[in-house]
Design a protein around this ligand. Structure first.
Ligand code: GLV
Length: 308
């Protein structure tokens, strides 16, 4: 089997005991040509969200049985082609839900209280001291948290909202009856004080947030994205933040990671974090372990644990 990045040794050791492992141990993602070369003849691949697993890559091995992504999102994999070829694709749901939900709240609070902006100011040596009207932010209590995406992470974010006194509204899914705690997408845009995104990236969610969407939101609103970068049109977000159509944003994911749209780089009203949603020691180990369990299950003729 091929592993595209070193995983914690507590998880790697049992994998190596069970099968022959080709570990790509580079500091950055394996180049595609090398990935294809190494994949030839392999039955299993454990990869990361930074590895583009196109049809071409999948076809580099005629023997491939499973692609185990160490991520809950799997927009880096051509799942349609994998299905066509009978290759199992697995992801790592559940084990990262709490870590991502906690991080989402870190970003909500950071955006609401202008934490990034304040930190940068202190480090520049520009802080002149406490003042009554200095760097005032938004209080969360009594405000509406609009959640786009009612999956595990969206629900885990919602579960923490009462602690901050926020009212939750989920965006209703298109074509489904609207539940009691749901609003149409448009109503959610118009009425929410904070909007947080927890959808996967598909053709339907690509640039779901664009110029039109930002123009519908409250001028005092904050946008938080810990899902996938391309759900937000970054250029449009830069425009909306510059024009003050939105009060602020916090992003953990970007359209072309690790690049960030230049229009966002110098804006003070956006918090930029480097895709850290699931980045805790416990969670990353659990994600790698789940990928390994999926591979070992499929290689021993059992059902995968978390197929997509
Ligand atoms: C992280 O972004 C993941 O999909 O797990």
């Amino acid at each position: 089997m091929l592993l595209t990045r070193r995983i914690p040794s507590a998880v790697l050791r049992p994998l190596e005991a069970a099968c022959r492992v080709d570990l790509y141990d580079g500091p950055s993602p394996v180049p595609v040509e090398e990935l294809k070369h190494r994949l030839a003849g392999q039955q299993a691949l454990i990869c990361l969200l930074t590895d583009p697993i196109s049809a071409d890559v999948l076809d580099a091995s005629a023997d491939l049985k499973i692609v185990a992504n160490i991520a809950v999102g799997y927009d880096n994999i051509d799942v349609t082609h994998a299905k066509r070829r009978g290759i199992v694709v697995t992801n790592t749901p559940d084990v990262l839900t709490e870590a991502v939900a906690e991080f989402t709240w870190a970003l909500i609070l950071a955006a609401a209280r202008r934490l990034g902006e304040g930190e940068r100011l202190v480090r520049r040596g520009e802080w002149k001291g406490w003042a009554l009207d200095f760097m005032l932010g938004t209080e969360l209590r009594g405000k509406q948290l609009g959640i786009v995406g009612r999956g595990r992470i969206g629900q885990a974010v919602a579960a923490k909202a009462p602690a901050f006194g926020m009212r939750v509204a989920f965006a209703a899914r298109q074509g489904r009856p609207i539940a009691g705690d749901e609003l149409s997408f448009d109503e959610l845009l118009i009425g929410s004080d904070v909007i947080t995104l927890h959808v996967s990236h598909t053709a339907r969610t690509h640039h779901l947030f664009d110029r039109r969407t930002f123009a519908r939101m409250k001028r005092s609103a904050l946008l938080v994205n810990t899902s996938r970068g391309p759900v937000v049109d970054e250029e449009a977000l830069g425009w909306a933040l510059t024009e003050r159509l939105l009060a602020g944003a916090a992003l953990d994911v970007y359209e072309r990671e690790p690049q960030v749209h230049p229009s966002l780089m110098n804006l003070d009203n956006v918090v930029l974090s480097p895709h850290l949603g699931s980045a805790t020691r416990d969670t990353r180990t659990a994600m790698a372990e789940l990928a390994v369990r999926n591979v070992l299950a499929v290689l021993t003729g059992q059902e995968p644990i978390t197929p997509v």
